[in-house]
Design a protein around this ligand. Structure first.
Ligand SMILES: [Zn+2]
Length: 106
């Protein structure tokens, strides 16, 4: 049987930061993107895979910006989106729904 499954890397959240400056052009205009991989089965996301990674770019000169400390803080404060668990919720939800409706009707 042919199964479509694998991993995809997506941007789960973006931030802007006007408190820290770019070391190249000194502009207080940083753009932060948080990436995370998720496992999909027939394109339905099941669960997030691996660590989140932050990419910080300067909006003014497009240089890579931010310290590793700053990247770590953004990675820590960002939670994996709920839609990444869609498949897992469906798999668990269908039997649970059957049991509950059986208790109510039966
Ligand atoms: Zn810059």
């Amino acid at each position: 049987m042919f199964l479509i499954h694998g991993k995809r890397n997506v941007i789960i959240k973006t931030y802007s930061n006007n408190l820290e400056y770019c070391k190249e052009c000194r502009a207080f205009d940083l753009h932060i993107m948080i990436y995370q991989e998720y496992y999909h089965f027939f394109f339905i996301p099941f669960f997030p895979v691996g660590a989140k990674t932050a990419h910080i770019l300067c909006n003014n000169c497009a240089a890579r910006a931010g310290s590793s400390q700053m990247r770590m803080e953004y990675e820590k404060q960002t939670r994996s989106p709920i839609w990444m668990y869609t498949g897992a919720v469906l798999i668990l939800g269908i039997p649970l729904f059957a049991i509950i409706s059986n208790l109510i009707i039966g």
